[in-house]
Design a protein around this ligand. Structure first.
Ligand code: DLZ
Length: 211
C-alpha cells in the first residue's frame, strides 16, 4: 500500500536567484551528512541560488548548530547603527550598548560618539542546519534532539530568518541512511537534504514578501 505521508509539491516554483543561503552542518556521522549537504546544495542550485551565494560551514556536533546559526544570522544582519546583540535582543557581558540610545541627562558632552558597525556581509535569507543524531544507549540523544530542535525554532522565530530544520533524529543507522538516499536495501530511500534546500528557497522567498 502506498503511503499518505510526505511533502506535497508547491504550486509555485520559487526563484532562488536573488537569495543568499548558509548551510551549517555537524561533522558527526559524516557519510550521511555529506549526502544530505549535497542534496540541499543540488536543490538550491536547481532553484537558481548562485554558487557564490551558498556559504557552507561546519561545527563538531548537532549540539553546536543553534549557536553557529545564531552567529551567522547575527553577523550577516549587523546594520550600521545597531549591533548584532541589539538585533537579537541579547545583552552581552551584562550590559547592552545600544548605539541608538540617548546619552544620560547632563552627560551629552562626555559621551563619545558611537562607533558605527558596518555591515560585513549581505544578510542570509535562510539558514539550513544539518545534523545527524543516531540513538545510542544513553539519554544523550534525547537531550540533544530536544534542546537543538527547540533552540533552532526559537532562533528563527526571534530573528525572522528562516532556519531550516535539517536534523535527522534516527533510532538506527539504517533510518539515517534511508533518509539520505543511502539505504542498504533495494529501496535507497529519499534524500531529505533535497527537501531542505527547497524549503530554504521557499521560506527565503516568502519571508521577503511577507515583510
Ligand atoms: C557526543 C555526541 C554523540 C554521542 N552523538 C552525536 C550524534 O549522533 N550526532 C551529532 O551530531 N553529535 C553527537 N554528539 C556530539 C554532540 O552533538 C556535541 O558535539 C558534543 O556533545 C560537544 O558539545
Amino acid at each position: 500500500m502506498s503511503t499518505i505521508k510526505g511533502l506535497s509539491k508547491s504550486n509555485t516554483e520559487f526563484d532562488g536567484s536573488g537569495l543568499r543561503v548558509c548551510i551549517i552542518h555537524a561533522r558527526w556521522n559524516k557519510t550521511v551528512i555529506d549526502a544530505l549537504v549535497a542534496g540541499a546544495v543540488a536543490k538550491l542550485k536547481e532553484r537558481g541560488v548562485k554558487e557564490s551565494n551558498i556559504v557552507i560551514d561546519s561545527v563538531p556536533g548537532s549540539f553546536e548548530l543553534p549557536l553557529a546559526c545564531s552567529k551567522v544570522i547575527a553577523g550577516s544582519h549587523v546594520q550600521a547603527g545597531s549591533s548584532a546583540g541589539d538585533l537579537l535582543g541579547l545583552t552581552f557581558g551584562g550590559s547592552s550598548t545600544s548605539l541608538s540610545s540617548k546619552p544620560a541627562p547632563g552627560s551629552e558632552t562626555s559621551v563619545p560618539p558611537p562607533t558605527l558597525v558596518t555591515m560585513p556581509n549581505a544578510p542570509f535569507d535562510a539558514v539550513i542546519a544539518i545534523g545527524v543524531l543516531i540513538k545510542g544507549s544513553t539519554m544523550h540523544f534525547e537531550y540533544i534532539c530536544d534542546s537543538v530542535s527547540h533552540a533552532l525554532m526559537k532562533l528563527q522565530v526571534d530573528t525572522g530568518v528562516p532556519v531550516i530544520f535539517g536534523v535527522l533524529t534516527a533510532l538506527t543507522d539504517d533510518q539515517a541512511l534511508e533518509r539520505a538516499g543511502l539505504g542498504r536495501g533495494s529501496d535507497k530511500g529519499h534524500n531529505h537534504g533535497e527537501d531542505w534546500g527547497l524549503a530554504a528557497v521557499e521560506m527565503g522567498s516568502k519571508c521577503k514578501q511577507w515583510i
